[in-house]
Design a protein around this ligand. Structure first.
Ligand SMILES: [Fe+2]
Length: 180
């Protein structure tokens, strides 16, 4: 992920969600809620606000899910769980990349912890596992703004690079340990 992509993505796109979300919340009961409650609450009743604040949450997490020296070996306890639920790390990678590739239009692909096991899911636009009763262990942004500068239309290449070279597995493992 180039510096140009990171700057545009963080300074323009993420910032736009924060600005719009703050504006929409002003003077409403949402302003006094913590972010996760506001996301769950607005999911059904205020889709306009939901899109902005869910994207804020998604992006805050996304920056932490990456590391300049990411990718590589997955810590042992998470790796064991992956093997248990997906068969192998390669099978998990294929499922994760495919979820990102097949998400039609904008959205996210996820590794979630739900009902005592790992699962790969995909969501449109700003939707996230918070509103589907799961814990997001890892998410990858597949909006075009996340890869178009570096990969043009090649979303699969971006997803492969994300998985192989960017994922901060220590962070993913920490969330897994808390959730499980
Ligand atoms: Fe994004």
């Amino acid at each position: 992920m180039s510096a140009e992509t990171l700057e545009y993505h963080h300074d323009k796109h993420h910032n736009a969600y924060v600005t719009a979300g703050n504006k929409l919340m002003e003077g409403t009961p949402y302003a006094d809620m913590d972010l996760e409650s506001a996301i769950r609450e607005s999911y059904k009743s205020d889709p306009k606000l939901f899109n902005q604040i869910a994207q804020h949450w998604n992006h805050m997490e996304f920056w932490h899910w990456m590391s300049p020296k990411g990718g590589g070996a997955i810590p042992g306890n998470l790796e064991s769980q992956i093997k248990k639920d997906f068969g192998s790390v390669d099978d998990f990678k294929e499922a994760f990349v495919q979820a990102g590739v097949t998400q039609f239009g904008s959205g996210w692909c996820w590794l979630v912890w739900k009902d005592g096991k790992l699962a790969v899911t995909q969501t449109p636009n700003g939707e996230n596992p918070l509103v589907h009763g799961g814990t997001a262990l890892l998410g990858c942004d597949v909006w075009e703004h996340s890869y178009y500068i570096d990969y043009r239309n090649a979303r699969p290449k971006y997803l492969e690079a994300f998985f192989d070279h960017l994922v901060n597995w220590e962070r993913v493992t920490e969330i897994y340990e808390r959730a499980s």
